[in-house]
Design a protein around this ligand. Structure first.
Ligand SMILES: *Cc1c(COP(=O)(O)O)cnc(C)c1O
Length: 429
């Protein structure tokens, strides 16, 4: 299958080319050349098997197609269990059992495995530059660690990520370089964008990015929704409805694509933090991106959700149909805190601040009398956000073994001034 840009001003390209490029040259996001048609699916009984089945149509005819089984086995080598909550009919889909304890591990690992295959025959190594406010950089660093032919340079705002996040960024070494930038996340992102559009530099140093709009991270995120929905449908005969904690809308948009392909998913509700661009749109106002505000669910602090372009594409720009199709609500910091404390006290359930926004929305829907089987996408392990969660529940959270192993490694990041010349020089060495 070929891929086109959401802005329709770039040529159609193969899957491999879209994965290698990240962003389309017209600034749009890559989407399948044809909108998917719903079809019937038979579950294969495993996450890897269902991932391979649901991704196969997109890989048909591509140079990566022969490797699809290997890519799925490498990327989906940890489980995504669907667990029942204390409230009847409610579940969590735990997406945080990977090396950096957030769902971004799945997409980052799939992209890394894909780029490693595409790099195999290239003489020159590829440099991935990525700006992070915390979670993305760690997932990308873990995924690309020791991948031959690939170097990763991660930029993060010094002092503005949590100590555990900083540690995760600096603990890999080898082909992973962490730069702590004396500036904001926006400074980091501007420096990366400048590098990616610097043709002269790229003639010497081939560059790519690994941000969340990259097709190689986005498409594979369909897999865990497909697997959970197929297994749940086989066991109960019910569609699985979802609440997805949403920032850039990549994770939720993968669920929407899976549903459009005919997987047994029902309604999809979007939970945001106080950054309420999407709730305002779905309540009938114009789509108006703004500056983001800082919240407890910091990986969702997004004022301009980039994957909204993909949602519009899937609905052929029909805003009325789009508004009818989704429920979106904002959950502020006070409500996040209240939910985490209350659910722990009532049922011993512990949620990260991001997951908490979705649980709060599910409670709201149930309060309105909404029925059916629902799952909240649990996007990060609460131990990653211990400084928020532990004071609310009044006890330490056990750190999962993969995260604990990272935290035991020594960490080191190089200081970098917030100007492009410094990054350019670093990339040339
Ligand atoms: C990135 C992230 C999100 C938001 O996902 P999007 O795909 O940007 O909508 C939610 N929760 C956690 C823990 C994250 O790291």
């Amino acid at each position: 299958m070929n891929f086109v840009s959401t802005r329709f001003a770039a040529p159609a390209v193969s899957l491999s080319a879209a994965v290698a490029a990240g962003l389309a040259p017209d600034g749009g996001l890559y989407v399948p050349a044809k909108r998917p048609l719903p079809q019937r699916w038979a579950g294969r009984g495993s996450l890897v098997g269902d991932a391979e089945a649901v991704l196969a149509p997109f890989f048909a005819g591509d140079a990566l197609a022969p490797y699809l089984g290997e890519l799925c086995a490498e990327a989906f080598n940890f489980p995504a269990p669907l667990r029942a909550l204390s409230t009847p009919g409610d579940h969590v889909l735990e997406l945080f059992h990977g090396p950096t304890a957030a769902f971004k591990d799945f997409g980052a690992r799939f992209l890394a495995a894909s780029l490693a295959r595409l790099q195999r025959d290239r003489a020159r190594s590829l440099t991935i530059v990525v700006a992070t406010s915390g979670d993305t950089g760690a997932a990308v660093a873990a995924a690309f660690h020791r991948q031959p032919g690939i170097r990763v340079v991660v930029l993060y705002p010094d002092g503005r990520v949590s100590p555990r996040q900083a540690h995760q960024l600096g603990c890999f070494g080898d082909n992973i370089h962490a730069l702590r930038v004396a500036g904001s996340f926006d400074d980091c992102q501007a420096m990366v964008k400048q590098a990616l559009s610097d043709r002269e530099l790229q003639a010497q140093v081939p560059l790519s990015s690994a941000n969340s709009i990259s097709l190689g991270r986005w498409l594979p995120q369909m897999s865990y929704y497909a697997h959970a929905a197929l297994a749940h449908h086989a066991a109960s005969g019910e569609l699985l409805n979802l609440v997805v904690p949403t920032g850039n809308l990549g994770n939720a948009m993968a669920a929407v694509l899976a549903r459009a392909m005919g997987l047994p998913l029902g309604r999809i509700a979007l939970a945001t933090n106080a950054n309420d661009v999407l709730p305002r749109f779905f309540h009938g106002q114009a789509y108006e991106p703004t500056q983001s505000v800082a919240t407890l669910a910091n990986a969702m602090d997004v004022g301009a959700p980039s994957n909204f372009e993909r949602l519009r594409w899937l609905y052929a720009n029909d805003e009325a149909a789009l508004r009818l199709g989704f429920r979106a609500e904002a959950v502020d910091d006070a409500a996040i805190r209240e939910l985490i404390a209350r659910r722990y006290a009532a049922a011993g359930e512990v949620f990260c601040p991001h997951t908490a926004t979705a649980v709060a929305l599910l409670e709201r829907l149930r309060g309105e009398g909404v029925t059916g089987h629902w799952a909240v996408a649990a996007t990060a392990h609460p131990a990653k956000f211990e400084s928020v969660v532990e004071p609310l529940i009044g006890r330490p959270i056990e750190v999962p073994p993969a995260l604990a192993a990272l935290l035991q490694r020594p960490a080191n990041a190089e200081p970098c001034p917030p100007d492009y010349a410094a990054l350019r020089e670093f990339l040339q060495t």
